[in-house]
Design a protein around this ligand. Structure first.
Ligand code: NAD
Ligand code: MG
Length: 392
């Protein structure tokens, strides 16, 4: 029996995780669930899975949730320290880190420092603070299992016991696949008219709104390049992005002898979630079997940086190092929120990132506090830059 904390239980990844957990009551027990604004959903999850703890972000939400949990022994807590607490509980083996954005960093760090099995969906943790997070994983003998479908695929295609240092394992390159999102073939000059509704309508995956916009701009793939760098100790030139619109191959590893190993499955996050939950065993995930004859064709193309400038900016930030990826990530969160709030046109997302990276280059990153400061500075710059675009 594995005891679980699910951070971000009410989100897309959280809901898919509980779907897999519910299929295996003999294998997984839920100890803690956390959420932010969808209290009814969190309350329903508590009634169904009867966790010992439920965490929300504010005392008033905690009070409201408590009132919905009559008859349960669930202890309701509030705030970031409570997230860290349930991520580090002695009785918990595995922590699903599925909060979206920079807000997920502190609880993911707490899980790593407590030596847990960390099932990492929150890619922003590695983008912001990859060095510190990976150090914590090593120092505290935590086990890191990637949930992001591409990184989970790479993990599966790497040799058992892969410990970083691709060269010593005969690994030449990591090939990250990308669907290309909803605007892969749209006329570039019409991108300025893109609405939030069009941007979040992903052709192959149902995801939260922020990551859906990131998929449209391919910032998501840029964040994943940085994520792959830290997870697999791969040099940026060993990480290649290939567009594969069918989203059947979730990524690949190329070896020195010319072999390329791929992981394939239907595009359903329950496959990587089940893989990581049960690792090194395999459990049924509720995902349909792959019908290759029905799929028929798998196609591939190179990404076009003129169409997807965010991808280029991510490689640039990774090469610049220090706080640049944290700055990129924070500016992106602000730009995406402004775009979703109709305060920034779609091409303004990349323009904001470029402007903020330009202004804040050379920010130090010798501690986690430096990175938090860089994150805050980038958010201020991004907001000011976006506000200056508004008609007076
Ligand atoms: P989502 O928006 O559906 O859910 C986000 C969750 O985080 C919710 O439970 C919400 O309550 C919680 N949350 C949001 N802001 C918070 C805050 N400030 N403090 C505490 N909790 C907060 O997002 P999602 O699609 O489930 O994605 C979650 C993470 O997983 C993201 O980092 C995303 O990049 C990553 N991811 C998602 C997918 C996917 O298919 N959805 C795939 C790969 C990686
Ligand atoms: Mg992904």
């Amino acid at each position: 029996m594995k005891n679980l904390t699910i951070l971000g239980a009410t989100g897309t990844i959280g809901v898919n995780t509980l779907d897999v957990v519910a299929r295996h009551p003999d294998k997984f027990r839920v100890v803690a669930l956390t959420g932010q604004s969808q209290l009814e959903r969190l309350a329903r999850q508590c009634h169904r899975f009867r966790p010992k703890y439920a965490v929300v972000m504010t005392p008033d939400k905690a009070q409201a949730l408590q009132a919905m949990l009559t008859g349960l022994d669930t202890r309701v807590m509030a705030g970031i320290e409570a997230l860290e607490y349930v991520a580090a509980l002695d009785e918990v083996d595995s922590v699903m880190a599925a909060i979206v954005g920079a807000a997920g960093l502190r609880p993911a760090m707490a899980a790593a420092r407590a030596g847990k099995r960390v099932l990492l969906a929150n890619k922003e943790t590695l983008v912001m603070a990859g060095r510190f997070f990976m150090d914590a994983v090593r120092q505290h003998a935590a086990t890191l299992l990637p949930i992001d479908s591409e990184h989970n695929a790479v993990f599966q295609a790497l040799p058992n016991g892969y410990s970083g240092d691709p060269d010593s394992h005969g690994v030449r390159r990591v090939l990250l696949t990308a669907s290309g999102g909803p605007f892969r073939a749209r006329a570039i000059e019409t991108l300025r008219d893109v609405t939030p509704e069009e941007a979040v309508a992903h052709p192959n995956w149902v995801m939260g709104r922020k990551i859906s916009v990131d998929s449209a701009t391919m910032m998501n793939k840029g964040l994943e390049v940085i994520e792959a760098h830290w997870l697999f100790d791969a040099h940026p030139r060993q990480i290649e992005v290939v567009i594969h619109p069918q989203s059947i191959i979730h990524s690949m590893v190329e070896y020195r002898d010319g072999s390329v190993l791929a992981q394939l499955s239907n595009p359903d996050m329950r496959t990587p979630i089940a893989h990581a939950l049960a690792y090194p065993e395999r459990v049924e995930a509720g995902v349909g079997w792959l019908d290759l004859a029905k799929i028929g064709t798998l196609t591939f193309e190179s990404p076009d940086y003129a169409r997807f400038p965010c991808l280029r900016l991510a490689y640039q930030a990774l090469a610049a190092g220090d706080a640049a990826p944290a700055i990129l990530n924070a500016a992106n969160e602000e730009a995406v929120a402004a775009f979703l709030g109709h305060r920034l046109p779609y091409p303004g997302i990349a323009a904001t990132l470029e402007a903020v990276l330009d202004r804040l280059s050379g920010h130090a990153a010798t501690s986690l506090e430096d990175l938090m400061a860089a994150d805050a500075a980038a958010r201020r710059q991004a907001r000011a830059w976006i506000a200056a675009l508004q008609p007076a």
